[in-house]
Design a protein. Structure first.
Length: 206
């Protein structure tokens, strides 16, 4: 695809990233309330593995029926359990879905316009999309907060929660690439205040 920097640029792009259960969706929703265009790769990831999509058949061929629900849709619980226990399986899944997600990001960004765009990319540290965005915003919180949120939401055990954290880039590597950081282990009012301040900065940069 060549250098992402050479793509047609219609809007100032902010890549929002953060560790699992750091509060990326909460922060993105706050930016959306202020009028920012938000492109969420988690939503795109659901769409590219929807029934009838080519990625779904590739996943079936790679992993078999054990990661599918009775109605033929992908079982996210089974897939999550597998990929966070097996690095090879996780890499294989990423090879199937990440190129499709990336192309859809380009398509949506080209069409969306807006003063600036917030593109939510959980695995930005590991992604070539770092060169596609103009600025990187990291949503940060301490590991204990992430684990507690995972136990409430996704993880079946503390051990699984810790494996989910370990499968991603380290907190330190995320902060190293950050232009801006929102600290999201405080109360929501403080998070909203940080979002408001950055919204004004991004409008001025755009």
């Amino acid at each position: 695809m060549g250098d992402n920097k050479q793509r047609d640029k219609k809007s100032f792009r902010v890549g929002l990233t953060g560790g699992i259960a750091s509060g990326k969706t909460t922060v993105a929703d706050m930016f959306a309330e202020l009028g920012a265009v938000v492109i969420d790769t988690d939503i795109i990831a659901h769409e590219v593995v929807a029934p009838g999509q080519p990625a779904l058949e590739e996943i079936r061929q790679a992993f078999g029926e054990s990661v599918f629900a009775g109605d033929g849709s992908l079982s996210r619980t089974a897939m999550r359990t597998l990929v966070f226990a097996d690095d090879d399986a996780r890499r294989r899944l990423e090879e199937i879905v990440h190129p499709r997600i990336q192309e859809e990001i380009y398509r949506q960004s080209d069409q969306a316009g807006g003063d600036y765009q917030l593109i939510v990319i959980p695995l930005l540290v590991e992604s070539s999309l770092k060169s596609y965005v103009d600025r990187i915003l990291v949503v940060d919180c301490d590991e204990a907060t992430q684990i507690n949120r995972l136990l409430e939401r996704d993880a079946e055990s503390r051990d699984q929660a810790q494996r989910m954290l370990a499968a991603q880039a380290s907190r330190e590597s995320r902060l190293e690439i950050a232009d801006d950081v929102i600290h999201n282990d405080r109360d929501l009012a403080q998070t909203r205040s940080q979002v408001g301040a950055l919204h004004e900065i991004y409008l001025s940069l755009a």
